[in-house]
Design a protein around this ligand. Structure first.
Ligand code: SAM
Length: 224
């Protein structure tokens, strides 16, 4: 079973997300485990401070290293689990399907969600195993990146999606990703009078060899 430990100052943002759809089912079936931890729990002062002004000046606040250090230490515990400690940052390595596949082989993923203007650099230097970005844009926090990672990795865990053959169909030999175009009923859709959006004939032919050939033509293989 894979366990995701999320460290965040906004634990409530995850509520409905984990209680819906396949993630909720996987949690119920105990195929995956997700724990959301409020970073403030590891702040020692009476105001539960987790941020401070940046040394050298600058706009905005920075997340402090001490509460994050204590949080990660406590979540690691004494276990020798195969784990990765991941910090989300827009400058990090780009998260992709292949990395998701690698991460799906771990027992524990500790996810550090940044907020404010970022995180004290010592977290990247001494605590995190990797810095991940979900794309070249700046969000307000690491919570959505954590959801993206959890959903993508969970999907690869046996038993999470009911038709596992789907994974074999969509993942290339070196764990890239394949996407082919798809249609469903109706065969002809008329959005307005005289306009017809048709499904390609070959898909209705029942000729599997021809269908395969056609699909390969429109295949999108995401590999680097
Ligand atoms: N000045 C900061 C920087 O350039 O790293 C921006 C911080 S951003 C407002 C606050 C937090 O959101 C970051 O610490 C990170 O955890 C998260 N974040 C924002 N964009 C992200 C992205 N594209 N991928 C992953 N995390 C992101």
């Amino acid at each position: 079973m894979i366990k995701f430990d999320i460290i965040t100052i906004l634990p409530e943002t995850f509520g409905s997300y984990f209680s819906e759809s396949l993630i909720a089912r996987a949690l119920k079936k105990k195929i995956i485990k997700i724990k959301v931890h409020n970073l403030r729990k590891w702040a020692k002062d009476k105001h539960k401070t987790v941020d401070d002004r940046p040394f050298g000046g600058g706009l905005g606040m920075v997340m402090k290293v001490e509460p994050i250090y204590r949080a990660v230490k406590s979540l690691k515990g004494k276990s020798k689990a195969k784990r990765r400690i991941i910090m989300f940052t827009p400058r990090g390595k780009k998260f992709d399907q292949r990395l998701a596949y690698k991460l799906s082989k771990f027992d524990q993923l500790i996810l550090i969600c940044g907020r404010y203007e970022g995180v004290d650099e010592r977290v990247a230097e001494h605590i995190a195993d990797m810095e991940l970005s979900i794309g070249d844009y700046v969000l307000m926090g690491g919570e959505i990146p954590a959801m993206v990672l959890i959903e993508t990795v969970s999907r690869l865990i046996p038993g999470v999606i009911s038709k596992e053959e789907l994974l074999k169909e969509r993942i290339t030999k070196d764990k890239g990703f394949i996407e082919h175009v798809q249609y469903t009923r109706p065969e002809v859709f008329e959005p307005e009078k005289g306009v017809k959006w048709k499904v390609p004939k070959v898909l209705l032919s029942g000729n599997h060899k021809e269908i395969e050939k056609w699909r390969k033509k429109y295949l999108r293989v995401i590999e680097k």
